[in-house]
Design a protein around this ligand. Structure first.
Ligand code: GDP
Ligand code: IMO
Ligand code: MG
Length: 428
């Protein structure tokens, strides 16, 4: 029985929520190991549509134990809101466990996120404004508040005092905002403690025991490889490790326990927020992808930037994460195009790059070198085997598989749970 890591291959919103849901009933535990409520996963089950942010998508599968692990940053108010929304729709959330070591997003983190973005002006990252970056900064700076601190008022107060000491200077003197009082933060956090207490656990130990007993554990990454703080398009990234390594540090299991690494990749590319994006389209083709793919953010509602499939990015993802399988999503969105260009390499000031360049400036200036593939016009949303796809769609999948560094084991042909073609079993 395996431990499986599932991550995003591009800049997020690849359809990780749907892919997780797909594995659903065969999984015993589903673990969120990085990020927070900056994520937005849409899962469509029959006529019901669920938008999840902080909770792992696997929470929708009956019988699964969802875990929010130590690598996550938790906005407790949002946690309760999301839980209540699911409870009111009849979802059983009683098995959720939250790591005592996860860091807590507070009001001052959200405030600092918003004011720093404003002060960056045209160098803005375009964050989700949820306080993610400042909370991870406090964690690394060793002035963070952890879930376990909520159960010792004395310690909590000392830690909040320590954190606010610096931040109030910054807020008042640099950003011209009001100071935040220790009491308002402490009272706010303490008000959540009793409801949270039964959910809090040593999740690293729990996962160790589960894996030892032979349970199937799915580690569900938020964000994506190109948004990873180490391996993404820094500084236009999120503040956590969204790559497969993050599943290890973010949950407390050993790397040798992981059996499968699945990357979810869209049949084209999208990005939300600022930063380099070589295949980005500014013409009607981009509009076609945005309209057909409903490319608007699940978290912020922002229109997503759209572009063609970038094979060097997929290859980079395969390499950085040790990908064993790709799940290719949204192939149906390409239906109706006469020609589908795929980026096979880049040109930077006349020099050809077959791989993602290590220099940030080079990647900013990278111009895609495209190879064109014939499109198809048949509706493919009902296809359930590879052979059901029109020849041109099959050829497109086989061509990008060859360029991308790992096999394509499943293909999404629509938003619904059933709209999937399976080529290789993802759990064995
Ligand atoms: P995530 O953040 O990676 O979980 O992805 P999002 O949920 O933010 O965005 C993916 C969107 O694509 C969601 O609205 C899904 O319902 C939808 N989706 C997922 N797979 C497919 C697919 O194969 N075809 C189509 N048309 N939509 C899909
Ligand atoms: P899922 O899990 C797409 C982007 C933001 C911004 C940058 C930093 O749904 O794929 P942050 O608030 O994290 O400090 O913002 O990262 N970003 C995402 N883009 N999908 C996401 O999550 C994202 N989470 C963060 O738009 O550019
Ligand atoms: Mg998303």
């Amino acid at each position: 029985m395996p431990a499986i890591v599932l991550i995003g291959a591009q800049w997020g919103d690849e359809g990780k929520g749907k892919a997780t849901d797909l594995l659903g009933s065969r999984v015993d535990y589903v673990v969120k190991f990085n990020g927070g409520n900056n994520a937005g996963h849409t899962v469509v089950i029959g006529t019901e549509k669920y938008a999840l942010h902080l909770l792992p998508s696997g929470i929708l599968t009956p019988g699964v134990t969802p875990i929010i692990a130590n690598g996550v940053v938790v906005d407790i108010e949002v946690l309760f809101e999301e839980l209540d929304a699911l409870i009111s729709r009849g979802v059983d959330v009683s098995k959720l466990r939250v790591s005592a070591n996860a860091h807590v997003i507070t009001q001052y983190h959200r405030t600092v996120d918003k004011v720093t973005e404003r002060f960056l002006g045209k160098r803005q990252i375009g964050t989700t404004g949820r306080g993610i970056g400042p909370t991870y900064a406090d964690k690394i700076n060793r002035v963070g508040i952890r879930v376990q601190d909520l159960f010792d008022e004395n310690i909590l107060r000392q830690k909040v005092e320590g954190a606010l000491d610096q931040k109030n200077h910054l807020l008042v003197k640099v950003y011209n905002r009001r100071a935040i009082s220790v009491d308002e933060i402490v009272d706010d956090l303490l008000s959540y403690a009793e409801r949270l207490r039964p959910m809090v656990a040593d999740t690293a130990l729990l996962l160790h025991e589960a894996l030892t007993e032979g349970k199937t554990v799915l580690f569900e990454g938020g964000q994506a490889t190109m948004l990873d703080v180490d391996h993404g398009t820094y500084p236009f990234v999120t503040s956590s490790n969204a790559t497969s390594g993050g599943a290890v540090t973010g949950s407390g299991i050993g790397p040798n326990r992981i059996d499968r690494i699945i990357a979810v990749v869209k049949a084209y590319t999208t990005r939300v927020g600022a930063g380099p994006f070589p295949t980005e389209l500014f013409d009607e083709s981009g509009e076609f992808l945005r309209a057909n793919g409903f490319e608007f953010g699940t978290t912020t509602g922002r229109p997503r930037r759209c572009g063609w499939y970038d094979a060097p990015v997929a290859r980079y993802t395969a390499r950085i994460n040790g990908v064993t399988d790709f799940v290719l999503t949204k192939l149906d969105v390409l239906t109706g195009l006469d020609v589908i260009p795929v980026c096979v390499a880049y040109s930077v000031d006349g020099v050809r790059y077959d791989e993602v360049p290590v220099s940030q400036s080079d990647f900013h200036h990278a111009k895609p070198i495209f190879e064109d593939f014939p499109g198809w016009s048949e509706d493919i949303t009902g296809a359930r085997t590879f052979e059901d796809l029109p020849r041109a769609a099959q050829d497109y999948v086989l061509a990008i598989e060859k360029m991308s560094g790992a096999r394509i084991s499943a293909i999404g042909v629509g938003p619904g749970r059933e709209a999937i073609i399976s080529r290789h079993d993802l759990i064995d």
